[in-house]
Design a binder for this molecule. Sequence first.
Ligand code: ZN
Length: 145
Amino acid sequence: MQNVVTWVQRLRRLCPITALSLELVRFDTQAMQAPDIEGMEYQQGQLSGFEVKEYLLQKWGHRCAYCDKTGVPLQIEHIRPRSRGGSSRESNLTLACVPCNTAKGTQDIGVFLAHDPGRLAHMLSQTQASLRDAAVVNATRLRAL
Ligand SMILES: [Zn+2]
């Protein structure tokens, strides 16, 4: 919250700000942890999947995680394939273009990215990321300025 206040104050030095709108987003951490949850387990409807995709688009910069292509359809992709014990937690999900998703198939990411150790290391580090940022946004979104 203090970060928002600081930036508004900085911007006001550069130009007159007469109105301010805050977009009070809310991350659906339950859906991020388990996108496949449904029915009685999860009763908030179809918005949950949309929020997961939106979260992944932000996290992975609106590009294919494997070839950096932008402006193409991106599919939700399991970094560690489900067939190899990978979970559907947000930390195991990324976005891939159709050709990359098809090419990777159910390969282990270490095999698929053996030719690109830098990208492999980055992607594996992302699988360690927690929901901390989303939790912070949720916790502060309704606090008054
Ligand atoms: Zn790609």
